[in-house]
Design a protein around this ligand. Structure first.
Ligand code: ZN
Length: 384
């Protein structure tokens, strides 16, 4: 006997009331297990086979959930991340962890980005019976999308889940997205030697060497912009932003040490490793030229760019169903990781990215029923 799962509203309330902030700042970072356990309970009651995948090194704190209804080859993955960004409760009009309805909106941290999606996916799933399915429906819940994407990386490592198609319910106002840029955040550290400024021969100036680094990176930026272009993006070229620099201490000392951090947003078709090689090849000769030790390294593993072909089955299907042609967005998602598992992948979910990552995040009530209907149609197409 399967038990009744709670109403959509109750699920939304409980998901929002289960804090699951992920952050690269250790003091802010929280476990996502409360959300995973709730989803596990509801999905098991609906007859889903549930597997909790603890993240390596984070056992008992962070996990993915792979919940599968039905069997067979192919099938559909409905995917979301269980974590949220940190928030500033003092800037909110209502408690971010209490689902609050006003002005035809549900307010709360994670309503649109994106715990709310799980309640709607479960609502869509419960109108089906596993015995009807020829191909499985998989509800996938990941950890740490907002910080390291380590949940998605663990899935790629494990080679699971596998299905024919995957829809990631990030807030896109229900418009299909088939492309985004990647993200790299990199650093360059230069160790020179300090000395009295009156005689340059007394040291090796790290700031002089950094000037060489900056020229190389600006040169690389120009070359990449000439070489790569994709007019589907509002910023149609790959970008390289010089973000911060720290070095030296006093005008009358030769600068002994200097560090630079920059980000690079590659277009689909560009590889993160290829870019890293290109950067280190260009910067390497500067060490000898300036007599300094120079090292370039990633600040995090990076997110690859993502593109699903315009003529893919899933893209064609959702374009017809929504009446919107698939677009590109400026934010990064777990899509390249699910795609790496071999699934036809798009990003499409309720709520707007404009409300994400800020005080008074909300999900408009008029997004809810269309989302449930759209997901039901997709489940029907892929699983029946
Ligand atoms: Zn998100």
């Amino acid at each position: 006997m399967t038990r009744q799962t709670p109403a959509t509203l109750t699920m939304l309330q409980e998901l929002i009331a289960s804090p699951s902030v992920s952050s690269t700042a250790e003091v802010l970072d929280q476990s996502n297990l409360e959300v995973i356990n709730r989803l596990h309970g509801w999905l098991s009651d609906l007859g889903f086979e549930c597997e909790v995948m603890m993240l390596p090194g984070e056992e008992g704190r962070k996990a993915n959930l792979i919940a599968t209804l039905g069997q067979g080859p192919g099938g559909l993955v409905l995917s979301g991340h269980t974590d949220t960004v940190p928030c500033n409760p003092e800037l909110w009009q209502s408690d971010p962890f209490t689902l609050t309805e006003r002005d035809n909106r549900f307010y709360g941290l994670g309503t649109c980005d994106m715990k709310g999606f799980f309640a709607l996916a479960i609502e869509a799933a419960r109108s089906f019976d596993a015995t009807q399915f020829k191909q499985p429906l998989i509800i996938l819940a990941t950890a740490d999308e907002e910080s390291s994407m380590s949940g998605a990386r663990a899935l790629v490592e494990a080679g699971r889940p596998l299905a024919r198609a995957a829809v990631i319910g990030e807030p896109t106002s229900l418009r299909p997205i088939r492309m985004h840029k990647g993200i790299m955040m990199e650093a360059v550290r230069i160790e020179g030697r300090s000395g009295h400024s009156s005689d340059p021969a007394l040291g090796h100036n790290a700031l002089d060497a950094m000037h060489g680094v900056l020229s190389e990176l600006i040169g690389l930026r120009k070359e990449l912009a000439q070489q790569y272009h994709n007019s589907d993006f509002s910023v149609s070229i790959p970008t390289l932003n010089l973000g911060c620099i720290h070095g030296g201490d006093n005008p009358n000392r030769i600068c002994g040490r200097c560090e630079l951090e920059f980000d690079l947003r590659p277009l689909p078709g560009m590889s993160l490793d290829g870019l890293r090689n290109m950067i280190s090849e260009r910067l390497h000769p500067l060490g000898a030229k300036y007599g300094v030790e120079l090292k370039s390294y990633p600040l995090f593993l990076g997110v690859p760019p993502f593109e699903t072909a315009k003529d893919s089955e899933l893209v064609q299907m959702v374009e017809k169903l929504t009446g919107h042609s698939a677009q590109a967005v400026a934010f990064a998602t777990e899509a390249p990781f699910l795609q790496a598992l071999g699934m036809d992948t798009i990003v499409m979910g309720p709520g707007s990215i404009e409300q994400a990552h800020q005080p008074d995040e909300f999900l408009a009530l008029d997004q809810i029923q269309p989302t449930i209907e759209l997901l039901k149609t997709l489940i029907g197409r892929y699983c029946l």
